[in-house]
Design a binder for this molecule. Structure first.
Ligand code: GLN
Length: 254
């Protein structure tokens, strides 16, 4: 009996030590990671773009609201769009937020939060250019501009062939290439497309309607960081329920 009691006591001690250790670990992790690091690509107005030196937009404001709820300090880094998922996978950034569409291929690489917004692929064309309708996009010699690593790039290359598609690091560079005749159209998401057409008002640009389906935007998080995924989804649910999320979107999309 004594032996069992001793064993039981030992087991209780071991358990409570383990509990202490894990509490200590969680506290240390929380204070060490008071920063919430977010990778984005800031030529994607109204989701992320520069206002002077500051990166602003829907994604930045939503991320800030999430960071506030988690009691963390948000740090935003502007990198190439196709480096965001690798950066989240290696743990360089806690999350990727860049008007990023949820799709099967990406779901193999990262987890996604619940969706907070949507987008549709559209095509920007130039007055007097080779592409004036969707049918023209398949014509010989047509070059389609896209942003590297985006769903626009994937759609354009699978629908019209890799050889017709030219990828740029920034959406602004793709549109500059359309203006100076290097490409004949640019495929990208509808809201940034509108912003880029408006920003180049005298360049004769316009947007064709496409039949591409609505895409869900969500936050990319490392597959091993379920703790952050749970917290981000809880924060998003609150921001949706109290109208904060819609308020942010309405501020930028009229
Ligand atoms: N929604 C598109 C994608 O996820 C484009 C995103 C972007 O260019 N920032 O690929």
């Amino acid at each position: 009996m004594k032996k069992y009691l001793a064993l039981l006591l030992a087991a209780i001690m071991a358990l409570s030590l383990a509990a202490c250790a894990s509490t200590a670990k969680t506290d240390a992790a929380a204070s060490a990671s008071g920063k919430l690091t977010m990778a984005t690509e800031a030529t994607f107005q109204p989701y992320e773009y520069y206002d002077g030196d500051a990166i602003v937009g829907i994604d930045v404001e939503v991320a800030q609201a999430i960071a506030d709820k988690l009691g963390m300090e948000l740090e935003v880094t502007d990198i190439a769009f196709d480096s965001i998922i690798p950066g989240v996978q290696t743990g360089k950034y806690d999350m990727g937020m860049a008007g990023m569409t949820v799709n099967e291929e990406r779901l193999e690489q990262v987890n996604f939060s619940d969706s907070y917004s949507t987008g549709i692929q559209v095509v920007i064309v130039k007055e007097g250019g080779k592409v004036q309708s969707l049918d023209d996009m398949g014509a010989d010699g047509v070059v389609i501009g896209t942003q590297s690593g985006t769903t626009g790039f994937t759609y354009a290359s699978s629908d019209f062939g890799d050889e017709k598609v030219k990828a740029f690091t920034k959406t602004t560079d793709a549109v500059a290439a359309l203006i100076n005749g290097q490409v004949d159209c640019v495929m990208l998401d509808n809201e940034p497309a509108k912003a880029l057409v408006a920003a180049n008002a005298d360049a004769g640009l316009s947007i064709l309607d496409t039949a591409y389906t609505v895409e869900d935007y969500a936050i990319a998080i490392n597959k091993d960081n379920n703790d952050l995924l749970t917290k981000v989804n809880a924060a998003l649910a609150e921001l949706k329920a109290d109208g904060t999320l819609q308020g942010i979107i309405d501020k930028y999309i009229k």
